[in-house]
Design a protein. Structure first.
Length: 282
């Protein structure tokens, strides 16, 4: 057995060869990066890889490159056709542009997603526009289900996309204003991320990578766990103090500025708290 990927010839890692998951019918092995690439062309490779040889995969890649070149030529000659996703109607050109933007964001975030989330990632361009940024993403499925899934955080909302091996994707969107709190619950098998909504709690199981799930939670927890209220309580306490030093007031002003820069405080809230602090200076 070769120690190199049959497609790109890079040295295989222990994750590539784990349980023989990436082995082809002719005994050759793909690295995870190449498996991701070819599974974008044919989803069956994810579930039935050992039915294909390296020659089969090379033919798929050759056909894909030819079809891609023809598609570019067609787009230049005609207006793009509409792609229908429920209530969403976007052109192929818009889809392609959004997909590239999302791909760049996932690379920037060093997203550690499993190969089973390929179908979910393909749904994201229908849901996330060019001016909405992904700030965190992790493998996460609804508890007590077999569907693979991802949980995506943007500055405006959390998006859950889950998909079984067959069937349509299930989309659930949670705007920030509907989320009262976010929790991370450790468990011997796999941790849970809990969204505490006004009327119920939604639980996601993070069974693929515990550390990645905790990193996801740490990245976004301050958006939902009342940072504004806690910060304003500290500042209000300083306002009410009888003997507040100039240095302390300037420290509080600096904290206010950081809260406004991060988007936690609005301009109006910043101005109001700043005025109260400056009134303490005599």
């Amino acid at each position: 057995m070769s120690d190199n990927c049959a497609l790109c010839n890079t040295e295989l890692t222990s994750m590539d060869t784990l349980l023989g998951a990436n082995k082809l019918s002719d005994g050759t092995i793909l690295c995870n990066k190449c498996l991701n690439k070819v599974s974008d062309i044919n989803d069956e490779l994810l579930y039935n890889l050992n039915a294909f040889s390296i020659n089969d995969i090379n033919k798929m890649l050759s056909t894909e490159n030819t079809e891609a070149a023809q598609a570019v030529m067609m787009v230049e000659k005609t207006l793009p056709a509409a792609t229908d996703y429920g209530s969403h109607h976007i052109s192929k050109e818009v889809y392609r542009r959004r997909h590239q933007k999302i791909k760049n964001e996932l690379e920037r975030l060093h997203a550690n997603l499993s190969v089973f989330t390929k179908g979910e990632i393909k749904e994201l361009p229908y849901l996330i526009s060019e001016d909405e940024q992904i700030i965190a993403i992790t493998d996460a499925q609804f508890v007590n289900t077999l569907d693979a899934g991802v949980l995506v955080a943007t500055p405006l909302r959390l998006i859950s996309v889950s998909k079984g091996m067959f069937g349509a994707a299930k989309i659930n969107i949670y705007p920030n204003e509907t989320i009262e709190q976010l929790s991370f619950v450790t468990h011997p098998r796999s941790p849970f991320i809990q969204l505490h909504l006004e009327e119920r709690t939604v639980e996601f199981e993070c069974y693929m990578d515990k550390e990645d799930a905790e990193k996801f939670y740490d990245t976004i927890k301050n958006i939902y766990n009342n940072p504004k209220e806690q910060s304003l309580k500290q500042i209000t306490s300083a306002n009410k103090s009888v003997s507040v030093s100039s240095e302390e007031i300037f420290n509080q002003l600096e904290k206010l500025g950081k809260l406004r820069e991060s988007g936690i405080l609005t301009d109006a809230e910043f101005a109001e708290q700043k005025k109260k602090l400056l009134e303490q200076l005599k």
